[in-house]
Design a protein around this ligand. Structure first.
Ligand SMILES: Nc1ncnc2c1ncn2[C@@H]1O[C@H](COP(=O)(O)OP(=O)(O)O)[C@@H](O)[C@H]1O
Ligand SMILES: O=C(O)C1=C[C@@H](OP(=O)(O)O)[C@@H](O)[C@H](O)C1
Length: 305
């Protein structure tokens, strides 16, 4: 089945969980001395391995963590078998073009980088990293909010750049970056070693998601009082203004508004993370095949790269 056909399948609103690892429920953790792969869950038809590795002092330490949350331990994150199948098929289309290159997800806080990143990594058989978690591990402080409080945002940003630098020499990873990683040009140099994908989510939807889970883990949005939605919306708007076009540097843009229109939904909240992951593959494939076509067109006739 073509992705476009599957994207038009009826889907219901998706109710997810906060940043997987930020809450401990359903989050099992393993450590091992080798680059071990561990099957941690079964998502029906999909090979669902998910690994994380820690970086300390600029060195990669093979710490493997299972990072997918399924509330209640039984429900699948995929809306339907059809959706899961399309996802699998799209991943198989994209895999040869990716050729081991990493995928970096960029986007505002709450745009779904962690949620979608885990799905992409599982189906590709890539490892998953959350750059915020890697900074926490490198610094030895268990939350980004505490790092901001005990040190400063600049200290966090320096460590974030170091983490991205270390990741840039690796292959076969999906990385959920922090929402502010895009503001430093050096981070783009690191991320452009792989493929960058922008999850473009309307501010209203971001504010709704963040108001639902609270702002405790996101220091730039934290508020002591006031209506959670209104406060989150105001802060997100200001940040988005400051960041200008930074996200648009990404190689591929996944617009939730665009997917919702294609699927005939009025609101992006009807979209499942799997549908968003499928669109990410569509956009990645199109970027990579366009690039290959440009390369081939510059070769002498009869040759291909
Ligand atoms: N497609 C979606 N629809 C509704 N909520 C979502 C969707 N994707 C993620 N969420 C929820 O939004 C919040 C932020 O998602 P997360 O993946 O942690 O974003 P990020 O890593 O970009 O900050 C979480 O509570 C998550 O469950
Ligand atoms: O947008 C930002 O500046 C930030 C986003 C956060 O990551 P998420 O996008 O994963 O929430 C985290 O890195 C930090 O709180 C700063």
């Amino acid at each position: 089945m073509e992705a476009s056909a599957a994207l038009s399948l009826k889907s219901s609103s998706w109710i997810g969980s906060e940043k997987g690892g930020r809450r401990s429920e359903g989050f099992s953790r393993f450590q091992s001395g080798i680059w071990e792969k561990k099957r941690v869950q079964s998502l029906g038809l999909i090979d669902s391995r998910c690994h994380r590795v820690s970086i300390r002092s600029g060195k990669l330490e093979p710490k493997i963590s299972c990072c997918y949350k399924k509330s209640g331990g039984t429900e699948s994150i995929h809306n339907s078998v059809d959706e899961a199948l399309v996802l699998k098929r799209k991943s198989e289309d994209v895999l040869p073009y990716l050729n081991g290159r990493c995928i970096y997800l960029v986007g505002m806080m709450g745009s779904g980088k962690t949620t979608v990143g885990k799905i992409l990594s599982e189906v590709l058989g890539y490892s998953f990293f959350d750059s915020d978690k890697l900074v926490e591990q490198a610094v030895g402080i268990s939350s980004v909010a505490q790092i901001f409080k005990l040190h400063s945002e600049a200290f966090f940003r320096d460590n974030e750049s170091e983490v991205l630098r270390d990741l840039s020499s690796m292959r076969r990873l999906v990385v959920a970056t922090g929402g502010g990683a895009v503001i430093r040009p050096i981070n783009w140099k690191y991320m452009k070693q792989g493929l960058t994908v922008w999850l473009d989510v309307p501010l209203e939807a971001l504010a709704r998601r963040i108001a639902a889970v609270g702002t405790a883990s996101r220091p730039l949005l934290h508020q002591d009082s006031g209506d959670p939605y209104m406060k989150a919306f105001a802060r997100l708007s200001a940040l988005s203004e400051q960041r200008g076009d930074a996200y648009a540097n990404a190689d591929a843009r996944v617009s939730l508004e665009h997917i919702a229109t294609k699927q005939g939904h009025e609101d992006v909240s009807a979209l499942t993370p799997t549908a968003i992951a499928i669109e990410a593959f569509v956009k990645i494939e199109s970027f990579l095949t366009d690039k290959a076509a440009v390369r081939n067109s510059s070769l002498p006739s009869g040759m291909s790269a």
